[in-house]
Design a protein around this ligand. Structure first.
Ligand SMILES: Cc1cc2nc3c(=O)[nH]c(=O)nc-3n(C[C@H](O)[C@H](O)[C@H](O)COP(=O)(O)OP(=O)(O)OC[C@H]3O[C@@H](n4cnc5c(N)ncnc54)[C@H](O)[C@@H]3O)c2cc1C
Length: 302
């Protein structure tokens, strides 16, 4: 590994200044669980790494049932699933945070880093799409907001321009009768990359039998994480039944354009995306009805 300069920014403006001055030669360091591996293996090049974990705004997690969630880009994953109020309001986000690597990775790695790494197989992105999270971005021209669904552009690439960084992810306040679920399929139980990931969000009517609103995010089935808008709009007004969710899975297969790689052939991914979509929707519907689905490592239900 070549020698690389290190600078710790203490404010968003300072980080923007460092990044804008050095352009492509500067890389952001959040938890470092992706970037340090990539630099060591020569997959990325940098003369300067800008540590953003000392910027209070990026480490701030604030939630209120009325205002929603403001999740600083560098907040490590464990703070999400260890917070009962956040895990209960945004269960798909907690599902994703608790399966990214093991506890060591979750102690360092952030949701912001997972999103900015922009892997087609990233675990947090389908959940963020399902929850309709917005990216708060800062750069030399000020601040802007971009929906997560529009953030990734191709494998490892996103809409961030020179000098820009992700400051936070913003989530609307939870509403009544909604539920969400993220699930992935992996060949072994721990520390592997998703063969397919599916994040679902549903709002049901007060009786819990009809879908009023839906969102679906998919990973590892296209060059970037997919917002399955056609499937989501088809779901609206349908009964929240196993038949509906199976048919939604069939429709998700039509959107998927998977590759074959060492983890799975494309045909297998096409089959699995249907299964995972149906299961994620089923879990989201159960949670919308107040049924406990899944578990948290601290034993608290969400
Ligand atoms: C053993 C192991 C297991 C893993 N398991 C999983 C897994 O199961 N699922 C999964 O999805 N990933 C997994 N990963 C990948 C990685 O841990 C996650 O992507 C993690 O969430 C990245 O967060 P980070 O804070 O460490 O990001 P970093 O490595 O610090 O940064 C990642 C990338 O994003 C950029 N970046 C970071 N923050 C910002 C910002 N605020 N603004 C702009 N750019 C930014 C960096 O420059 C870099 O390019 C694993 C990694 C390892 C080493």
């Amino acid at each position: 590994m070549k020698e690389i300069e290190y600078a710790a920014a203490h404010s968003v403006d300072e980080a923007v200044g460092l990044l804008a001055a050095r352009g492509e030669k500067a890389r952001i360091l959040a938890g470092g669980t992706d970037i340090l591996v990539q630099l060591r293996e020569g997959l990325r090049d940098a003369d300067l790494i800008v540590d953003i974990k000392k910027i209070p705004e990026l480490m701030n997690l604030s939630f209120s049932a009325a205002q929603g969630l403001h999740l600083g880009a560098s907040v490590p994953c464990y703070r999400i699933y260890r917070d009962p109020a956040v895990a209960s309001a945004y269960p798909a986000l907690a599902d994703a945070a608790r399966i990214i690597g093991g506890w060591q990775i979750q102690s360092r790695g952030s949701i912001g880093g997972n999103l900015c790494n922009s892997s087609p197989a990233a675990d947090s992105i389908p959940a963020l799409i399902a929850l309709d999270a917005k990216c708060l971005i800062a750069g030399p021209d000020g601040r802007r907001s971009v929906p997560v669904a529009e953030f990734c552009t191709s494998p490892g690439r996103n809409v961030l321009k020179r000098g820009e960084l992700l400051v936070a992810l913003e989530f609307a306040a939870p509403t009544k009768h909604e539920g969400s679920r993220y699930l992935r399929f992996i060949p072994r139980n721990e520390m592997d990359i998703a063969v397919v990931g599916a994040g679902a969000w549903l709002r049901l009517n007060a009786k819990g039998d009809t879908i009023e609103a839906a969102r679906l995010g998919l990973a590892a089935v296209a060059p970037k994480p997919l917002a399955a808008i056609d499937v989501a709009s088809w779901l609206v007004g349908k009964p929240a039944t196993a038949e509906t969710f199976t048919e939604a899975g069939n429709r998700a297969r039509l959107l998927a354009k998977p590759i074959s790689d060492m983890r799975a052939p494309a045909e297998y991914r096409l089959h699995i995306v249907g299964v995972m979509t149906a299961r994620a929707l089923t879990g989201a519907a159960e949670r919308a009805r107040g049924v406990h689905v899944g578990h948290s490592p601290n034993g608290k239900k969400y």
